[in-house]
Design a protein around this ligand. Structure first.
Ligand SMILES: [Zn+2]
Length: 234
């Protein structure tokens, strides 16, 4: 029973380690943070789209008023109503300046529209990717949950078994075992073919007789482990 307790405790230790290192749980967490990053990138892109849209509207309004001023200036220039040559020259210059400005503004608007188109395409690709990764994350989550619960269940079973074993053992023997196994080291050694199961040293033949004496505690002289006979040996 002591040996079973020891082995159960070793298994519990392994299971607890396993519980912290489930591959599907790690994969889920990785996917989750990747999706979070994608969501942040998406929101930055959408900010970019908004500011581009704002810039475009502002430039279009500006173009509208500029075209108005240009039409007005041209109309005045060709109306024949301007009497002085000096004034005409200055008006002509103004028309030229406005025309240049309008041309530049139209070019800028065209560039912005091209950027906008590219941005829309990129955003639509990102949204598509987001939806796909979101679905994948859901699947990864249910896989991780299943694996985690399975290991947890196994751990629970091992713990109940440990409690059962402890409950059916003598208190002082259990206390002795606790003392010897401090720090999680193996201290109950199953004897196999007269060898210590822990340090593998050959045991003197006198030990065999001791091992068959009920209630007698026998320890390996080499490693200090408590020697126990396994069922198949007895
Ligand atoms: Zn030994």
């Amino acid at each position: 029973m002591l040996w079973q307790l020891q082995e159960t405790e070793q298994e519990i230790f392994q299971k607890e380690k396993q519980l912290q290192n489930i591959p599907s749980v790690a994969a889920y967490q990785e996917k989750k943070s990747a999706l979070q990053e994608l969501s942040e990138a998406l929101s930055r892109k959408e900010d970019q789209r908004r500011s581009l849209q704002k810039d475009l509207s502002r430039k279009e309004m500006h173009l509208l008023s500029l075209s108005g001023s240009l039409d007005e200036a041209r109309k005045k220039l060709y109306s024949g109503e301007v009497p002085s040559v000096k004034e005409l020259e200055s008006l002509e210059k103004k028309v030229q300046v406005l025309q240049r400005e309008k041309q530049q503004l139209e070019d800028a608007i065209l560039n912005l529209m091209e950027s906008q188109e590219g941005l829309e395409e990129e955003l639509s690709r990102m949204h598509q990717r987001y939806r796909e990764e979101e679905e994948e994350l859901k699947r990864a989550r249910s896989r991780a949950k299943k694996d985690f619960e399975q290991v947890q269940q196994q751990l629970q079973e091992l713990k109940s078994r440990k409690e059962e074993l402890e409950g059916s053992m003598e208190g002082d023997l259990l206390a002795r075992y606790r003392e010897m196994s401090r720090g999680g080291r193996r201290c109950i050694s199953p004897v196999r073919d007269n060898f210590c199961g822990i340090c593998n040293v050959s045991l003197p033949s006198s030990f065999r007789a001791f091992l068959f004496t009920p209630g007698k505690q026998v320890y390996c002289e080499n490693c200090g482990s408590m020697l126990v006979l396994m069922e198949e040996d007895s």
